[in-house]
Write a protein that binds this ligand. Structure first.
Ligand code: AMP
Ligand code: ZN
Length: 136
């Protein structure tokens, strides 16, 4: 369940050192080397899954419980003002390391970071067409 060429497999399994802040049977949580803000961390499964699409259901539910726990603890300890969870899948979505990871990003008033998108202005018909694609 590991990929020998994957840096996050090596980090999650202790073959490469990292600034680890939490570990359990399934996951390691490390500080991001290129943080968006103070405390930016990554939840890494110990096994290799390329993205959310491959992540088993059991780990998908565990990762959200862990994200909640980490967010609460980190908010208390860092005294941040808000928190983003970010999870990129595929190059088009900004994924650069192809081992599933969930970003934990503490946010501070005036941190100057912008995580967002430019809002489109679809017509009601365009939204209806998207809805038809998704539910019919
Ligand atoms: P993504 O763009 O969602 O694939 O995010 C990859 C993240 O991994 C980026 O925020 C990088 O700064 C971070 N990163 C890459 N290599 C390492 C590493 N060796 N240790 C810690 N964080 C890393
Ligand atoms: Zn991996």
């Amino acid at each position: 369940m590991r990929d020998d060429s994957c840096i996050f497999c090596k980090i999650a399994n202790g073959d490469i050192p990292s600034k680890e802040i939490y570990e359990d049977e399934d996951f390691k949580v490390i500080l991001d080397l290129g943080p968006a803000t103070k405390g930016h961390a990554l939840i890494l499964p110990k096994n290799h899954y390329r993205s959310l699409y491959e992540l088993p259901d059991e780990l998908a539910s565990k990762v959200m419980l862990l994200a909640k726990k980490m967010s609460v603890q980190m908010t208390e300890k860092l005294e941040c003002d808000g928190f983003n969870l970010v999870q990129n899948n595929g190059e088009a979505a900004g994924q650069t390391v192809f081992h599933f990871h969930l970003h934990l990003i503490p946010r501070y008033e005036e941190d100057g970071q912008v995580l967002g998108w430019k809002a489109l202005q679809p017509t009601s018909e365009e939204l209806s067409e998207v809805r038809r694609l998704l539910v019919e």
